[in-house]
Design a protein around this ligand. Structure first.
Ligand SMILES: [Zn+2]
Length: 209
């Protein structure tokens, strides 16, 4: 079995979306007499590879702990749009992939080819009509290789709201550089924070033979 890690590394160099809490990791204390070292971690709920809960963008909508774990684990399909170098993934592009109701969908764009060492304003994103389309198919989860699924600065909030209003969680901050288009098993479980809008997750894919 080959496990492909599609998560971003977390350390003091991890880029965060502008305005978000910087990620800070430091030694809290070292107690050699007890053979113990502990670190302190400060981070926002949308840091690195993380999951957006409906409550992130829709007032009164469910928080992350209310989303069934079945959304986060199971068969999934990676769709590769990285070679087309487009600014966004549109409804038309998604329609060409014959997505069925209830699939788990990960979107690979040019972002994965550029890498994640720093934050770029011009990252590829999901378009509003693309989000409407995926919401209409009642997919179980949508992931993308960008720290936000929405265009930076855009007033079209549908990439968040269309999906989250249907309680479809969103994985942001995936690294799909080493992943080809195809079918996989997804494991992407958020940390069990209660009553909040999102949380970091470790995401991996296992290739279906
Ligand atoms: Zn987020």
């Amino acid at each position: 079995m080959k496990i492909i890690d599609i998560s971003l590394p977390l350390n003091n160099q991890t880029p965060v979306y502008p305005g978000n809490v910087p990620l800070s990791v430091s030694i809290h204390h070292v107690m050699p007499e007890h053979a113990t070292q502990l670190s302190s971690i400060t981070m926002g709920s949308h840091t690195g590879t993380h999951i957006d809960a409906p409550a992130h963008a829709v007032a009164g909508a469910p928080t992350l702990d209310k989303i069934p774990l079945e959304n986060f684990v199971g068969p999934c399909r990676v769709l590769d749009f990285s070679k087309s170098n487009v600014a966004s993934v549109t409804k038309e592009m998604l329609q060409s992939k014959n997505i069925k109701k209830g699939e788990r969908i990960l979107l690979k764009t040019k972002n994965s080819l550029r890498g994640f060492k720093e934050f770029y304003d011009d990252y590829a994103y999901l378009s509003g009509d693309g989000a409407d389309y995926l919401a209409s198919l009642s997919v179980l989860i949508v992931g993308i290789d960008a720290l936000s699924i929405k265009q930076r600065g855009s007033n079209d909030h549908r990439p968040h709201t269309s999906l989250l209003a249907e309680s479809i969680p969103i994985i942001e901050g995936l690294n799909l550089a080493l992943v080809e288009e195809g079918e996989y098993e997804l494991f992407c479980l958020p940390l069990k924070f209660i009553g909040i809008d999102g949380a970091p997750a470790r995401a991996v894919l296992i290739r279906n033979a």
